[in-house]
Design a protein around this ligand. Structure first.
Ligand code: JFZ
Length: 309
């Protein structure tokens, strides 16, 4: 019997962390605001790679405190954290040997965010999964970009020279990784998806692969924001959700959800066998928005008061 995924079935509640260079723009570039999710600003406002990559030179999140975040997640009753090791922007939040476009080599901060987070997770016995944007990469010339012409690109070349080497790094240099949260597969072929699954499994057999690997090769279904599958649903599933209307930090998004509504949804999700993965988006200094903490403190209090274990 396959029990490697038991922890996921039991988890119920997790913390998503969206963090990258987009947190510097915080929803605004050259006086223009994005009305969409803030981590997509490069795409939505058509910011050229040569301009966007300069943001790395400003990234200095001195307020980032991995232990604080992990301790908070623990206090909220969460059982796992999923962190954006590389989002669509293409920037690695860890010390990558195969792309200098990363937090250690390209920023004044120079420290490995993933390393700090993993150390803190290990210390407090928290599972860490990694979001990795396998298809979209707006920095690599051969990475895909949603709603743009990708026909001239050598996608396979990008998979071979960036995705596979980077997946190998995050799965060999940071200890146990609970899951890889792939996303937006776009035109990835079944063979290509399979080759990524095989790579993950060859390096860490117990690492779970998310549904957004594409081509129905994932080991659980991750739904759209606020979408709950109809019963009966047999497989494992997870609902990722934001606390306002963005994943990455947006200074102008104050449309925060009500803690009571979040608690209601948590009950609905868990009663149907799913996991609720709630997001925070730290700002460019590494600070987690106060409102996010306040909401989760309230939700967490409910969870702790009603914990069954
Ligand atoms: C994707 C990303 O593009 C986004 O930036 C964020 O990381 C989010 C968690 O995942 O966005 C999606 C992808 C698929 C759906 C919704 C949002 N979906 O299937 O409903």
């Amino acid at each position: 019997k396959d029990t490697k995924q038991q922890w996921f079935k039991d988890a119920k509640f997790g913390l998503f962390i969206h963090w990258g260079l987009y947190s510097i723009l915080a929803g605004e570039y050259n006086g223009k605001k994005t009305d969409r999710i803030a981590e997509w600003i490069m795409n939505h406002l058509d910011i050229p790679v040569s301009e966007y990559e300069k943001l790395a030179g400003q990234f200095n999140p001195v307020n980032f405190n991995a232990e604080e975040i992990v301790k908070k997640a623990k206090s909220w009753g969460m059982k796992y954290i999923v962190f954006t090791s590389k989002h669509h922007e293409g920037f690695a939040m860890y010390d990558s040997k195969c792309s200098d476009y990363n937090v250690v080599k390209a920023t004044p901060y120079k420290k490995d965010i993933l390393r700090q987070l993993k150390d803190a997770c290990d210390k407090y016995d928290m599972k860490l999964g990694l979001y990795y944007s396998q298809a979209q990469d707006w920095h690599d010339p051969d990475g895909l970009m949603y709603l743009k012409d990708n026909s001239h690109k050598d996608y396979q070349h990008y998979l071979d020279t960036k995705v596979k080497p980077q997946l190998t790094e995050i799965l060999t240099e940071y200890g146990d990784i609970a899951l890889i949260w792939f996303d937006t597969p776009m035109g990835t072929t079944p063979e290509q998806s399979k080759s990524l699954v095989d790579l993950v499994k060859s390096l860490q057999p117990d690492c779970i692969v998310s549904g957004r690997i594409g081509n129905e090769l994932g080991e659980y279904m991750t739904t759209g924001d606020n979408f709950i599958p109809r019963l009966p649903y047999e497989g494992d599933w997870e609902l990722p959700a934001t606390l306002n209307d963005t994943w990455g930090f947006n200074k102008d998004d104050h449309n925060w959800k009500n803690p009571d509504d979040i608690i209601r949804l948590l009950l609905k999700v868990t009663s149907r066998g799913g996991n609720y993965l709630l997001n925070i988006g730290p700002d460019a200094t590494g600070h987690v928005p106060d409102r996010s903490i306040a909401i989760l403190d309230e939700v967490g209090k409910y969870v702790q008061d009603n914990a069954d274990s």
